[in-house]
Design a protein around this ligand. Structure first.
Ligand SMILES: Nc1ncnc2c1ncn2[C@@H]1O[C@H](COP(=O)(O)OP(=O)(O)OP(=O)(O)O)[C@@H](O)[C@H]1O
Length: 241
C-alpha cells in the first residue's frame, strides 16, 4: 500500500519569516527518500507540510489523488521523541492511536498486537513505556504508525536519540518493513551515513530559507565513497566539481 507524494512549489513562512523557498519534490509510490540537511534548514517543515501539520504559504502538496489539507490516516508519522502515554501499555498506546479510525475494539487489539509483533515487540506488549528501553519505545512509536496501515510513512530523525548499536538495528528493521510493505517513505536526518544506508535517494536541503541543493539516487550495493563525498560537498555548501 503506497501513494505518490508530490510537492509543487511548496514554500513555508512562520509569521513573516520565510523558512522554505519553493520546493519541488516527487516521491514515487513505494519509494524510500532521505531528506538530508543541517539543523534548521527546514527538513521538519517539509515533512510537516506532507503530514499536514504545516500549511504552505504557496504551492501545494498532494498525496495520491488528493491534496493534503491536514493530517490523515494515510500518512503515518514517527518523531525522534516517541510521545507515548506513560500510563498506557505498549499495546494501549497503539490501540489508542487507532481510535480515530473508528475501528471496533477487537480489531484495534488485533492490529495493535500484529504491529507490535512486526516490530519485534510481541513480548513487550503489556509493558509500560518506563519499563522499555529507548529502542523499544521507538519500536512502539513505529508500531503505532504502522498499525493504521498508512500508505506514506514520514520519519523525523526517528533514531537520533538512540545509541549506535540500537540505531543500526532500527535501521535494519525499517528497511525490512519498507521492503515488506512497500510504503512510500520520507526519512529526515542530518546524518549522511544514515541517509545513504537507508534510502534509494538522498535529497539535500540547505540554505536560509531552505531549498533543495541536490538530489541523488543511491545505487544498491556497497557504500560508494565518491557519492558520499559528493553529497558531503553539497551538505557543506562547498563548490562542486
Ligand atoms: N513553529 C515555528 N515558528 C517559528 N519558526 C519556526 C517554527 N518551526 C521551525 N521554525 C524555524 O524554521 C526553520 C526551519 O526549521 P525546521 O525545524 O524545519 O528545520 P530542520 O532542518 O528540521 O531542523 P532540525 O534538524 O534542527 O530539526 C528554523 O529556522 C526554525 O527555527
Amino acid at each position: 500500500m503506497s501513494k505518490r507524494v508530490l510537492l509543487e512549489g511548496v514554500s513555508v513562512a512562520y509569521g513573516r519569516t520565510r523558512v522554505l523557498d519553493p520546493v519541488e519534490l516527487d516521491l514515487p509510490a513505494g519509494s524510500f527518500t532521505a531528506l538530508l540537511g543541517p539543523s534548521g534548514c527546514g527538513k521538519s517543515t517539509v515533512l510537516g507540510a506532507v503530514a499536514g501539520f504545516v500549511s504552505p504559504a504557496g504551492g501545494r502538496v498532494t498525496a495520491g489523488a488528493g491534496p493534503v489539507t491536514g493530517p490523515g490516516p494515510d500518512r503515518g508519522v514517527v518523531f525522534q521523541h516517541y510521545a507515548l502515554f506513560p500510563w498506557r501499555t505498549a499495546r494501549g498506546n497503539v490501540e489508542f492511536a487507532l481510535k480515530r479510525l473508528g475501528l471496533p475494539r477487537a480489531e484495534r487489539r488485533r492490529r495493535a498486537l500484529a504491529a507490535l509483533a512486526e516490530v519485534g515487540l510481541a513480548e513487550g506488549a503489556e509493558k509500560y513505556p518506563a519499563q522499555l528501553s529507548g529502542g523499544m519505545q521507538q519500536r512502539v512509536a513505529l508500531a503505532r504508525a504502522l498499525a493504521a496501515e498508512p500508505e506514506v510513512l514520514l520519519l523525523d530523525e526517528p533514531f537520533g536519540a538512540l545509541d549506535t548499536l540500537t540505531r543500526s538495528r532500527m535501521q535494519t528493521l525499517l528497511r525490512e518493513l519498507w521492503q515488506r510493505r512497500g510504503t512510500t517513505v520520507l526519512f529526515v536526518t542530518h546524518d549522511i551515513d544514515e541517509a545513504l544506508a537507508l534510502a534509494q535517494r538522498v535529497v539535500v536541503l540547505g540554505g536560509t530559507p531552505g531549498r533543495v541543493l541536490a538530489d541523488h539516487p543511491v545505487p544498491d550495493g556497497p557504500p560508494d565513497p565518491d557519492l558520499r563525498s559528493l553529497i558531503a560537498r553539497h551538505l557543506h555548501a562547498l563548490p562542486t566539481g
